[in-house]
Design a protein around this ligand. Structure first.
Ligand SMILES: *[C@@H]1O[C@H](CO)[C@@H](O)[C@H](O)[C@H]1NC(C)=O
Ligand SMILES: *[C@@H]1O[C@H](CO)[C@@H](O)[C@H](O)[C@H]1NC(C)=O
Ligand SMILES: *[C@@H]1O[C@H](CO)[C@@H](O)[C@H](O)[C@H]1NC(C)=O
Ligand SMILES: *[C@@H]1O[C@H](CO)[C@@H](O)[C@H](O)[C@H]1NC(C)=O
Ligand SMILES: *[C@@H]1O[C@H](CO)[C@@H](O)[C@H](O)[C@H]1NC(C)=O
Ligand SMILES: *[C@@H]1O[C@H](CO)[C@@H](O)[C@H](O)[C@H]1NC(C)=O
Ligand SMILES: *[C@@H]1O[C@H](CO)[C@@H](O)[C@H](O)[C@H]1NC(C)=O
Ligand SMILES: *[C@@H]1O[C@H](CO)[C@@H](O)[C@H](O)[C@H]1NC(C)=O
Length: 318
């Protein structure tokens, strides 16, 4: 009996370990847009160009001044494909490349014949199109997520602190150079809570363009996420997020020490401009189902072995 209990605990620990390993391997999905109004035909030149471009993405160049922004094109004339990848400014090069690599496979699978598509993860974004997307501000499609929990303090007081923080970070992000337009920061809110926020534009935008994009994103907060403890807004050209806990890697000098914080479990109910539901649950199911099947198999095998052994022991004792 004791042995069985020990076995169960071991199996449970293995289960948790496997779960954590798999969770780390996958970036945290936020949203996807497939432009179903712009389909390509199977086996077309566009498809070949797109597959080639995605297979080389992110471009295999390692630069010391990693900025987490990649863009490239492939093909000629109307079959030319434009792609762009952007990692959240605090994401390390390895995690950045891994996220973009994951997305190149996922986007092909989930937008099987669209000329234009976008995938967002907490760590990165991947876009491609048959038109030039460099240096163009795009605020649509735009998705917003929020935490169901309301702020516990006075909403007006909370908003005042939040708006000041976001405006400050918007200016900082927009003022970033042509390599990185990203800003993070925190501010003390009423009730001794701390608001952590992160804003980013694709760095191909000008300062004015970035400001315009973030203004549009910020305007969604009072409209859709007023009084919520956290929210995130994602669009093709910029994104922002705020939480009551530290979710990004703070910039130097501590930057090199702590491991990245886990992805956002607190954003529970996600709604989008298209009224689509996030498929976070599917991601979790994909992770959990094989693991559960595996564990059940192991348990069954162990149980069978134990029963077999029990039978054997009984035979001997009889
Ligand atoms: C494009 O393809 C999708 C399926 O991938 C389909 O649902 C949609 O109707 C198609 N759009 C057009 C304009 O043919
Ligand atoms: C596309 O090409 C593959 C391999 O060349 C072929 O098997 C398939 O039938 C083609 N599909 C269409 C729709 O032409
Ligand atoms: C990538 O974007 C930069 C602007 O940030 C632009 O100068 C460059 O031409 C683009 N690269 C390609 C391959 O289009
Ligand atoms: C990219 O993803 C593919 C398929 O998921 C995987 O086989 C490959 O090792 C990955 N490459 C990198 C550099 O992570
Ligand atoms: C992109 O594809 C769509 C649909 O096939 C087409 O209407 C549009 O003109 C294309 N854009 C460019 C720049 O080629
Ligand atoms: C948050 O506040 C809204 C409006 O005041 C209310 O409808 C909702 O139930 C609250 N949510 C929670 C989780 O308390
Ligand atoms: C919080 O803000 C203070 C003052 O701006 C700054 O010194 C500190 O590094 C910030 N902490 C984090 C985790 O961003
Ligand atoms: C999320 O929304 C669904 C309905 O859309 C609701 O049933 C569920 O309780 C909500 N979850 C939370 C955590 O509020």
């Amino acid at each position: 009996m004791d042995l069985a209990l020990t076995n169960s605990i071991y199996l449970f620990l293995i289960f948790i370990a496997v779960l954590i390993t798999q969770a780390i391997a996958q970036p945290s999905f936020s949203g996807r847009y497939c432009d179903v109004g712009k389909n390509y035909t199977t086996n077309s030149t566009y498809q070949a160009n797109l597959n080639h471009l995605l297979s080389t993405f992110p471009p295999n160049i390692y630069t010391a001044d990693h900025t987490g922004f990649y863009n490239s094109t492939y093909g000629q004339n109307s079959d030319k494909v434009y792609a762009m990848g952007l990692c959240r400014g605090d994401v390390k090069p390895e995690a950045c490349r891994s996220c973009l690599n994951y997305s190149t496979n996922s986007i092909k699978e989930n937008c099987p014949n669209q000329k234009e598509a976008i995938e967002w993860y907490a760590e990165c974004m991947l876009r491609y199109s048959n038109r030039s997307i460099f240096g163009v501000v795009e605020t649509n499609p735009r998705y917003w997520f929020w935490n169901v929990n309301n702020v516990t303090s006075n909403v007006d007081d909370f908003n005042q602190v939040l708006n000041a923080l976001l405006s400050d970070l918007k200016d900082k992000a927009a003022a970033g150079g042509s390599l990185l337009k990203h800003a993070t920061g925190n501010e003390t809110a009423p009730n001794f809570q701390t608001i952590y926020a992160q804003l980013q534009c694709t760095p191909d935008l000008s300062q004015t363009q970035c400001t315009r994009c973030l203004d549009v994103a910020m305007a969604d907060i009072p409209r859709w996420c007023d009084g919520k403890q956290s929210a995130a807004i994602i669009s093709p050209s910029c994104n922002l997020r705020f939480e009551l806990y530290l979710f990004y890697e703070p910039s130097s000098p501590i930057a090199d020490a702590p491991p990245p914080s886990p992805p956002s479990p607190s954003i529970n109910n996600r709604t989008t401009t298209q009224g689509k539901k996030s498929n976070t649950s599917r991601t979790i199911i994909i992770v959990v189902v094989p693991t559960v099947v595996c564990v059940v198999l192991i348990i069954s095998i162990c149980a069978c072995l134990r029963i077999k052994r029990k039978e054997g022991e009984e035979e001997i004792s009889n």
